[in-house]
Write a protein that binds this ligand. Structure first.
Ligand code: HEM
Length: 432
């Protein structure tokens, strides 16, 4: 089987058909020419090239395959892709610990196959004619597209209104808090919470949607989707050398983020360390997801000067006030005190940093002729109590940006360390 990750990582634990008839080398050729070069390959990210290739191209630059197995889950520090399908699942009332474990094992096999550009199980068109195919088929012929699948466990999996459904209560990390209400929140319970989540990121939306759909299909009877969010146009970057993307307010977003190559900052701010909490979370990270609606129509009638004052950065270059270039160190005193950057910058927060990995969304209109659009904010951190919570408390209190946004969905998940090798499964350390 011509799958390069298998050569690097050993035998796959699922036998599946390569999805694309296009050779990976060809994919690398096309995408390498078309995709903006995105810095060096990071951590577990390696190019899907053969081992004898002299200089493997980084996956960020190739649109190829991001290895599924590794110390940390892919989809956190690895380079951000262009598209998102995020799904929060609830475990059904009839499910047991055993059925949940069985599903997680099947999910892991399917995730390893799909992130490797292969079909799930016996495939979309090659299984028993009498049975529904194992794979739904819409990604046939498409390359891996840098698909990453990242799993997280929500507070309610451990304790649902006082009920310990799966014998996990004692394993709930203290950092996996029920998030407090923040000033200005208008949260929709139907777009909040969840027992589990899967973040699917890829450069092709069809590949991301296919992945969530196939996991939901496998989980039928054990879990159901509680809510999901499609995202486009990443609003942050873990590859600072690449061109910074812009959010729907038209500003560069992700300029001062934690780079995927910055192992020191990742260790300090993103990965849970031994002793931080339960062992099963060591090497993992806590994810906060917030659906933030933007009042686009109001923003579009706002002067350029006011827009720039909101962030304390210029709109064109993205330079901090008082400086010339985007990546110049901000001078917080030169910015309005209530500007977003003056409030969120580490210098104003005792050095606090989070890894932002959000995406824009547009979900049609709201019935009043306004776009239902905004930022699906995703942030990873070592301990949410010391990162997102104080930061958001500060922003919710006095951020000038609040006039133009509203938080309408919220969820919190503990994302464990990576699956290190075939045969291991998502949640093994938690359930084991
Ligand atoms: C719709 C909502 C939001 C928009 C449009 C937005 C936009 C931006 C922009 C344009 C920047 C400046 C460029 C950069 O360094 O990335 C920025 C920086 C930042 N934002 Fe936001 N943001 C939003 C929500 C949030 C939230 C909810 C948080 C955390 C609770 C947050 C935390 C940060 C941080 C930590 C920085 C970096 C500041 C620095 O180090 O200079 N943002 N944001």
């Amino acid at each position: 089987m011509d799958t390069d990750s298998e050569q690097q990582n050993g035998t796959p634990d699922t036998v599946a058909t390569p999805r694309s008839t296009v050779s990976r080398r060809a994919v690398i050729g096309w995408a390498g020419a078309g995709v903006a070069l995105g810095g060096a390959a990071v951590g577990s990210v390696a190019a899907a090239t053969r081992q004898d290739d002299p200089a493997p191209a980084p996956a960020a630059a190739t649109g190829a395959e991001v290895p599924f197995y590794g110390e940390h889950q892919a989809g956190i520090a690895t380079p951000v892709q262009d598209r998102l399908h995020f799904a929060a699942f609830d475990v059904s009332e009839k499910a047991t610990r055993e059925s949940l474990v069985k599903m997680l094992k099947e999910w892991t096999r399917a995730a390893a196959a799909m992130t490797g550009g292969r079909e799930v199980g016996t495939g979309a068109a090659t299984g028993l004619p009498e049975a529904p195919p194992d794979d739904t088929g819409e990604a046939l012929g498409l390359p891996a597209s840098r698909l990453t699948l990242t799993i997280g466990f929500g507070p309610s999996l451990f304790d649902k209104e006082g009920v310990d459904r799966f014998g996990l209560k004692a394993k709930r990390p203290e950092a996996l808090i029920d998030l407090p209400n923040f000033k200005g929140d208008k949260l929709d319970p139907l777009r909040s919470g969840g027992d589990l989540c899967v973040q699917a990121c890829a450069d092709d939306p069809q590949v991301a949607v296919h992945a969530i759909r196939n996991l939901a299909r496998i989980g039928m009877g054990t879990v159901s989707i509680r809510w999901s969010q499609l995202g486009f146009g990443k609003t942050s970057s873990t590859t600072p050398d690449a061109q910074t993307p812009r959010n729907l307010l038209g500003f560069k977003d992700g300029t001062h983020n934690i780079a995927g190559t910055d192992t020191a900052r990742l260790a300090e701010h993103v990965w849970a360390a031994p002793g931080d909490g339960p062992d099963w979370m060591t090497g993992g990270s806590y994810l906060v997801a917030r659906r933030i609606r933007m009042h686009i129509e109001t923003w579009d009638r706002t002067s350029l000067k006011e827009q720039e004052d909101v962030f304390g950065r210029t709109k064109g270059e993205g330079a901090p006030y008082g400086r010339a270039k985007e990546h110049d160190d901000p001078d917080l005193k030169a910015m309005p005190a209530d500007s977003h950057v003056a409030l969120a910058h580490p210098d104003a927060n005792n050095g606090l940093m989070i890894l932002r990995r959000g995406f824009s969304f547009t979900d049609g209109t709201d019935g009043l002729g306004r776009l239902d659009a905004g930022l699906f904010f995703l942030a990873y951190q070592r301990d949410t109590r010391k990162a997102f919570v104080p930061l958001q408390q500060r922003l919710a209190g006095s951020d000038k940006l609040n006039e133009y946004i509203q938080h309408v969905g919220s969820a919190h998940f503990a994302c464990p360390a990576g699956v290190r090798k075939p045969g291991e499964w998502w949640g093994q350390a938690l359930f084991g």
